[in-house]
Structure formats: structure tokens, C-alpha cells
Write a protein that binds this ligand. Sequence first.
Ligand SMILES: Nc1ncnc2c1ncn2[C@@H]1O[C@H](COP(=O)(O)OP(=O)(O)OP(=O)(O)O)[C@@H](O)[C@H]1O
Length: 355
Amino acid sequence: MAATREDVMAALARITLPNGTDLAASGLVRALGVDGGAVRFVLEIDPKTAEAMKPVRDAAEAAVAQLPGVTSVSAVMTAHEAKAPPPDLKPRKAAAHQAGPQALPGVATIIAVASGKGGVGKSTVSANLAAALTQQGKRVGLLDADVYGPSQPQMFGVRGRPASPDGKRILPLKGHGVTLMSIGFMLPEGEAVIWRGPMLISALQQMLLQVEWGELDVLLVDLPPGTGDVPMTLAQKSELKGAVIVSTPQDIALDDARKGVTMFNKLNVPVLGVIENMSTHVCSNCGHEEHIFGHGGAVREAAAMGVPVLAEVPLAMGVRTAGDAGEPVVLSAPDSAEAQAFNRAAKALIDAGHV
Ligand SMILES: Nc1ncnc2c1ncn2[C@@H]1O[C@H](COP(=O)(O)OP(=O)(O)OP(=O)(O)O)[C@@H](O)[C@H]1O
């Protein structure tokens, strides 16, 4: 059995720092990644304590190495000043932006997950699609660019601040095997983002370009709803393979989805497919099926637009509770109808050669 993040933190809690606190509680452990038997983390220390911390690092590595299932441990000490800035995501002037689409080193494909309207489940779909693609053997990153309501830290149960060894490069976090970056990791909990226009664009570019994504088969980008600056910038500044549009079957959501498709068409970004979310509701007590938001609308709309329907995801309590609990339903209830729907969407993207 592989060790979990909790096992690693429990082992680190047994290590005592020179000042008497335990390492897990000290807040120095950052960017903890557990990938099968490989464990890596960063100790973010004040350089003045570097010598004193070396034995702590060695003890931490030794303690984690002893956990059952752990095959390798890498603990890296960062050495920036105690007051060194966190990753520099401050808004910059638009003039500083680089022109033209850029490839991300090591990232084979970038796919946006978009919706015309808020609240249709775009973040839930992004999280489950990421988890499903990972389950199907792909190396997946997820950039939560929903600057108005970043929810991926919650959906993956990942907290903390990504480490930045030099104040520029940002080391992403990992959750359920997915490499994760979210504007939510950079903000004090509960704080709203009030950036606008050029600031948003700058934040997005920095998250794309400064994060060390590593080798990925696909980077999914969970966009904010609508057709604002962020989707436009992503389409213009990155080599975007295409967009997946999420909609409920409701007419109003479909109207907005159509606007999203029109925007991507104008930007010459192919729409790879539509996911109809909150499709049929099956009563968990009696099995009765209801179409709370209507039925088949997204399928009709997709046919009219000439794009495939990747999946119809039922409206199911388990989808929400799994998201709230920090483990996408694809992982927490893999046999459920809703998990199967997400798996079908992931497979459709792979079969079509998009990932
Ligand atoms: N298929 C589903 N069944 C049940 N609940 C769902 C389903 N999809 C999403 N939800 C729930 O609906 C709410 C909104 O979902 P989510 O945050 O993913 O939407 P969103 O489109 O990303 O919203 P926004 O971009 O406006 O923040 C969440 O509470 C989520 O758990």
C-alpha cells in the first residue's frame, strides 16, 4: 500500500526543530507530492537557519523513507530570505506582456474548460475530467484560472502555498496525482479577487509561464465563466488545442454556451466537445428519473454546432458531496453513473487524439 500525504505529515510531526516545534506544525513543509512510492517536498526555511536545518532535513527524509510503500524521498530546502516574497504574482502593466501564443515546456497539450454561464458545474467537470484522465494513464495538470471563485483547492482537498525557490518559479502542488495550480493558493483564504483587465491577464500569464508544470500530457485550464478577458488571453497567449464547453440543458445556459462557442470560433480555437452537466436526476431513494433543467438541450445544441457531446453527467448528490469533501467523484465512487460519465468524456478526448 502506498503512503498517503497524511502518513507523510504524521512522520514529519515526529521530527522536532531546534526551536522545539514539530516539523509538520511548523508550516515549513511545502509542495508535498506523493506519487506512488515517490515522495517529494520543500522545506521553506530562512537562509540564516540553513546549517541548523540540514540535520532536520536529513531526519525528515529518513523518517519518510521508513514508511511502508515509500521508495524514494526528496526534501529540498529553499533558502530565500524569511521575508522573501511569495511567488511574484503581482499585477503588472499590460505592456510587459509577451506577444503571440507560447508553448509551455514539457506540456504536450493545453485544453480549456469553459462555460458561458456561472454555476453550471465547470469546476466540478474540470476536476473530474482531470482525475479521469489521470486514471486513464495520462499525466495531467489543472490550472484553476477561475479568478473570481477558485474552487480547485477545495475540490482536491489541497491547502497551502506553492513554494518558490527563487521568488519567480512556482512549484505547483499535487492532489490525487494531478499537478495543481490555482489562484486560490496565492490568496489568503476567503479573500476575493478584485483584479480587473490587465491585472487578470498578467496573473494568468504568470500562472501559466512561471509554474514548473513538469512533463504533462495535458494541462486543463478551468476558466472563469463567460467570455471575458481570461478566456481571450488564454486563447491568444498560449498554444491552446481546444476548448470543452460545459452547459446544463437549460435554455438560458445553452444561449450562453453558444456565445462561448462563437467566441472560441472567432479566436480560431476548436471546440472539442460539449459536456451536458446536471442532465437527468435519478432519485437516490426510488430511482425515479427527472429532468430538472430540461433534457437533451446540449445534445441538440451540439449537433447544431457540429461538435460532439462528450458526456451527459447526471445531477447527483454524490457529485457535490465528493467535491466538497476534496475527492472528485471519479475517485470516491468510481462505479457510480456520474463517475462513468466523466470517464466517458475523458476517453472520448483520448480516442479523438486530443490528449
Ligand atoms: N452533476 C452534478 N450533480 C450535483 N451537483 C453538482 C453537479 N455539478 C456541479 N454540482 C454542484 O454545483 C455547484 C456549482 O458547481 P461548480 O462550482 O463546479 O460550477 P462552476 O460552473 O464552476 O461555477 P462558477 O464558475 O460560477 O464558480 C457545486 O456545489 C457543485 O458541487
